[in-house]
Design a protein around this ligand. Structure first.
Ligand code: 1GP
Length: 248
């Protein structure tokens, strides 16, 4: 069922080179009942370029089931977006190996990576090193609470820029600007374009993107991947308009 792709990172890097924006649907394993997956994949009608699977707080042991459910219905790559060490599965294609560079929690900068590395080495997963940055989205999110970190203030693009530059200099391959799931305000176009100008890395943007206009703004500002979770859980029918908005 797989599309013949060499690596997920190369798909994202190619989009970056060509100035295209990809759509990623974030699937929360807790909510991934078969009917829900059916609806998500069916409504996506190939509009989703990538599936991310994970969550800041997952309460059910349904990660493998979720990935199986997506894979039997879609050829698109399935990428782990792990909120914790418990969210690793060999059934996915790739793993966002997240380093929370906007925070100062040593466990999320290197601690969990040390614990996970030998396990990941035994899988077939493609490991993608990501500089993960939480940006204030107007209210505390599960991500900021669970990570014991403060997000970068939304009105301080210079902090986001310096953090992103440091991530690039450290050799990370992707940047993820996240306002956190269900954020009131998505990451602003100002922050995205400031980071776009200061670094060459592909930028993933997510958190609180609900409308085609918001998705389009993120794409125009320089996002290479726009991630949408909550809004599509509520209304999978919106996928097509979101995809159109980022493709312009
Ligand atoms: C959160 O970027 C993702 O980590 C997606 O957020 O669920 O608000 O779309 P939403």
């Amino acid at each position: 069922m797989m599309d013949s792709f060499t690596s997920v990172l190369s798909i994202i890097e190619k989009a970056r080179e060509e100035g295209r924006t990809l759509l990623s649907i974030l699937v929360d394993p807790d909510k991934a009942a078969e009917e829900h997956l059916e609806k998500i994949v069916e409504s996506s009608e190939n509009q989703s370029d990538i599936f991310f699977v994970g969550g800041s707080l997952v309460t059910e042991l349904k990660l493998d089931q979720t990935i199986d459910g997506l894979k039997k219905r879609s050829k698109k790559p399935v990428v782990l977006f792990p909120g914790s060490l418990l969210q690793i599965s060999n059934k996915a294609d790739a793993l966002l190996f997240l380093t929370l560079i906007s925070g100062r929690n040593p466990e999320l900068l290197i601690g969990h990576h040390v614990v996970a590395a030998p396990m990941i080495r035994k899988t077939q997963l493609e490991v993608m090193p990501v500089g993960y940055m939480l940006i204030d989205g107007g209210k505390p999110t599960t991500a900021s609470y669970m990570s014991h970190t403060s997000p970068i203030p939304a009105n301080k693009p210079e902090i986001a820029v310096c953090t992103a530059m440091a991530g690039e200099m450290l050799g990370l391959k992707l940047l993820y600007l996240d306002a956190g799931s269900g954020a009131e305000n998505p990451v602003s176009a100002e922050i995205i374009s400031a980071v776009r100008e200061a670094t060459d890395l592909p930028i993933i943007v997510g958190g609180g993107i609900r409308t085609a206009e918001q998705a389009g703004k993120a794409a125009k500002a320089g996002a290479t991947v726009v991630v949408v979770g909550n809004a599509l859980e509520k209304d999978p029918g919106r996928i097509r308009e979101l995809k159109q908005a980022i493709s312009r």
